[in-house]
Design a protein around this ligand. Structure first.
Ligand SMILES: [Zn+2]
Length: 292
């Protein structure tokens, strides 16, 4: 539609120029009016098609909510401020709705889904009561094989955090969703396919047993995957897999869903603009600077 109108516009412009040569002609005014109206309809159709292309939603990624000094940890007061802002200004949706959106089944405007990775006990203490109170959807991705005793100090800035127990998971599963995040949080692209299968399957199986429900979603540890891992995820019956960082658009691959990563360095101003395209510009700029 937009392409046709542009061609039409250029023809009209040529005609106006032709007419302009004959200034005595009284038709120039009529030609200009016609041109103006075609220009307006062209701009309108371009805006509409651009809006359809750029319709996007966010999946937020949190880890720990608490007072520890890990970089990825968000303080409870900051978390509640962010959630209050979302409740007032956005629609907080489930991952099921996000999948319908990317498959083109529904439209979403200013929508956000909330996820937590790793499965820390503080999610139960600080985040869960909020989601329960306001009946909001959220998904927690659990690493099932790592208790606080076996967390890798090197990877987690020397800070060991309590993990969710079966009882908390069970209690929360009435209100919120759970997803798999492997057994021991490995770099999936660095281990054998057989090991990867065991890592993914074991976590899925264990969570399903605790909550007595099928697990639909998976989150890649360290955002690492390859085509073989994606095929494995599909074979194991997952509906989608989450990664990061970025925004989600219609038609995106459901097995590489991007997320907006919220950390201790995300102040309230940054939080608000991270929900927009600015977040992608920032990520792309970072990638560009690291390459050069
Ligand atoms: Zn993780």
């Amino acid at each position: 539609m937009a392409t046709w109108t542009l061609i039409d516009m250029s023809i009209t412009l040529k005609r106006i120029l032709d007419v302009a040569k004959i200034l005595s002609s009284g038709s120039i005014f009529r030609e200009l009016c016609e041109f103006k109206s075609k220009l307006n309809s062209c701009i309108k159709s371009m805006q509409e098609s651009s809006r359809a292309r750029t319709q996007k939603v966010c999946i937020l990624l949190y880890h720990s909510i608490g007072f520890n000094k890990r970089y990825s940890t968000v303080k409870p007061s900051e978390f509640y401020r962010q959630m209050d802002y979302l409740r007032k200004n956005y629609e907080i949706v489930s991952l099921d709705k996000i999948i319908k959106f990317i498959n083109g089944k529904i439209d979403l405007d200013k929508a956000v889904a909330i996820t937590f990775d790793d499965g820390y006990y503080d999610n139960y203490v600080y985040a869960f009561p909020y989601f329960k109170k306001y009946r909001l959807p959220a998904t927690i991705f659990i690493t099932t094989g790592i208790s606080e005793k076996f967390q890798n100090k090197k990877l987690f800035e020397g800070i060991i955090l309590k993990k969710l127990g079966n009882n908390e998971i069970k209690k929360m599963s009435i209100y919120i969703d759970f997803g798999a995040h492997t057994k021991t949080h490995p770099f999936l692209d660095k281990i054998s396919l057989k090991e990867a299968q065991k890592e993914i399957y074991d976590s899925k199986y264990k969570i399903e047993k605790i909550i007595n429900k099928k697990i639909k979603y998976f989150a890649y540890p360290f955002f690492k995957y390859n085509n073989k891992i994606i095929n494995l995820i599909k074979t194991l019956g997952f509906k989608a897999a989450l990664n990061g960082p970025g925004l989600v658009r219609k038609g995106d691959n459901p097995f590489i869903l991007k997320r907006v990563v919220i950390t201790s360095s995300t102040n309230f101003f940054l939080f608000k603009i991270n929900l927009t395209e600015y977040y992608e510009w920032k990520i792309n700029l970072k990638k560009f600077l690291l390459r050069s």
